[in-house]
Design a protein around this ligand. Structure first.
Ligand SMILES: [Zn+2]
Length: 65
C-alpha cells in the first residue's frame, strides 16, 4: 500500500499516511475525497485513479441538529 507524504496546509508540518490501494482500484469515480487526521485537525485529500494526490483542502465543521 502506497505511503503518501504531504505538507499539512493548516500547520505546515510534514505528515505521512498510508493509502489502501484496493479502495482506489474499486472506486468508480474520481477523484476520491479522503479524510486524513493530523493531530487535532483533519484534511481532505483528493486521490485520483493513479492513487496520486490531486488536491488538499482544510474542511470546515458544522454540527447537524
Ligand atoms: Zn496539520
Amino acid at each position: 500500500m502506497p505511503q503518501k507524504i504531504i505538507v499539512c496546509p493548516k500547520c505546515k508540518e510534514q505528515l505521512n499516511f498510508i493509502v489502501d490501494d484496493s479502495v482506489i482500484a474499486n472506486s468508480k469515480s474520481f477523484p476520491i475525497p479522503s479524510v486524513v487526521q493530523h493531530k487535532d485537525h483533519y484534511l481532505i485529500v483528493y486521490l485520483d485513479s493513479q492513487c496520486a494526490i490531486c488536491d488538499i483542502e482544510i474542511p470546515l465543521f458544522f454540527k447537524s441538529e
